[in-house]
Design a protein around this ligand. Structure first.
Ligand code: PLP
Length: 386
């Protein structure tokens, strides 16, 4: 029904978020992380808007995403954050995509791929400074640096960056932040003493970009903040704006008597005569099943709680004696400035992060975009980075 249900993506908000983040970090460069289909906002439109807003770099997890950015005509530097064995390293190197490595065997694979590609691989060495996810631990770091420098001396790689990731940047004052920061400084110093000349040292995700200037170094890597979200407790800074609005229309409205059980299991029962409205979105489209009786939606300017069990492709709202009609718009979440719920409020109601809410709808609900820029127009646009 005329574009509903849909995820409406405000690309102007993405541009402005990136421009504001860049001002916030003054001298540092900005890599817009657009993994997971641009946090569910669409890889190419999100990346293009971010570059239009001044992003110097793009960050992805899969090499396939990096190649898709190149194919779309995006020419800014791209880093593939997850170094995986047996990935399409040769194609990535040929497309000028920067790779990450946190183990010696991976450096050997990338060096071999660079020889096949006929050009050196641009490599960011990943230090595990305490998160215990990817990267080389302090014990393994000297061997990683030595392998990278040997491959550099042989002309197979160029060490362009050294980086790490923070485990608890969104827990203000967490003791691990200072510990990881010191470990990162040690890792950089050891690599530089060994002869590495990385242009970029980077550590900061969204919460660190927003609150920890000492983690900014040469480049920050926000993802959530690009689309107007954060994992920090409390309010977003006023200069960030959520870019996704998820909306549908009531496809059926009917009157039922008091005491009517609603949806599977009758987890909701009407208290008086009630108007029920049917919303054509369910857990197959990304609405969490445990949003039943918990998350709110906005209809006719008021907030309503989802009534009873979220089904596979639909849920019901009990509007009591309030008048609504089939065709009325239902906003599940949006930027919040018209009183609609936000993805953060959905996350708070469901005990998760806003990131998990917005990524759930990717590939399951059609998207529409406002303020579209094509990659080819970027060079001419005023926000494009020099
Ligand atoms: C996802 C990710 C980011 C971005 O995290 P946000 O909190 O969304 O800003 C940055 N760096 C790495 C390595 C990531 O995996």
């Amino acid at each position: 029904m005329d574009g509903h249900p849909e995820a409406l993506i405000d690309l102007g908000a993405i541009k402005q978020n990136v421009a504001a983040l860049r001002r916030h970090v003054s001298g540092a460069q900005l890599m817009a992380v657009v993994k997971a289909d641009g946090y569910g906002h669409g890889l190419i439109p999100t990346a293009t808007a971010a570059v239009g807003g001044g992003a110097d770099w793009l960050g992805v997890v899969q090499i396939g995403d990096a190649l898709a950015l190149r194919q779309a005509g995006l020419t800014v530097p791209v880093l593939c954050l997850l170094g995986a064995p047996d990935a399409a390293h040769e194609e990535a190197i040929a497309a000028g995509v920067d790779l990450s490595a946190g183990s010696v065997p991976l450096i050997s694979q990338i060096a071999a791929a660079a020889q096949r590609a006929g050009r050196p691989a641009r490599l960011h060495l990943k230090a595990d400074t305490g998160m215990s996810r990817g990267g080389a631990t302090a014990a393994d770091w000297p061997a990683l640096v030595a392998a990278a420098l040997a491959a550099e001396a042989a002309g197979h790689v160029q060490v362009t960056g050294i980086w790490s990731h923070l485990a608890c940047a969104d827990i203000p004052g967490h003791a691990s932040i200072a510990v990881q920061l010191a470990a990162f400084r040690d890792a950089v110093e050891l690599a530089e003493r060994a002869g590495a000349r990385p242009q970029l040292r980077h550590l900061a995700n969204t919460p660190a970009t927003l609150t920890l200037p000492e983690t900014w170094f040469d480049l920050v890597r926000p993802g959530g903040a690009v689309v107007g979200l954060s994992t920090l407790p409390g309010e977003l800074p006023g200069w960030l704006r959520p870019a996704m609005t998820l909306r549908a229309r009531l496809i059926q409205v009917k009157q039922v008597p008091p005491g009517t059980g609603v949806s599977y299991g009758f987890r909701h029962v009407t208290t008086g005569r009630a108007t029920l409205g049917l919303v054509p979105l369910g857990y197959a489209e990304g609405v969490p099943r445990n949003a039943s009786g918990a998350a709110e939606v906005q209809v006719r300017g008021r907030r309503w709680t989802i009534s009873g069990t979220v089904c596979m492709n639909q849920f019901v709202v009990d509007f009591g004696d309030y008048a609504v009609s089939a065709g009325d718009e239902v906003v599940l979440f949006g930027p919040g400035d018209s009183g609609e719920p936000t993805a953060q409020q959905w996350a708070d109601a469901l005990g998760t992060l806003s990131y998990e809410i917005v990524t759930r709808f990717a590939g399951r609900v059609p998207r529409s975009y406002s303020e579209v820029t094509e990659p080819q127009e970027l060079a001419a646009s005023p926000g494009a980075s020099a």
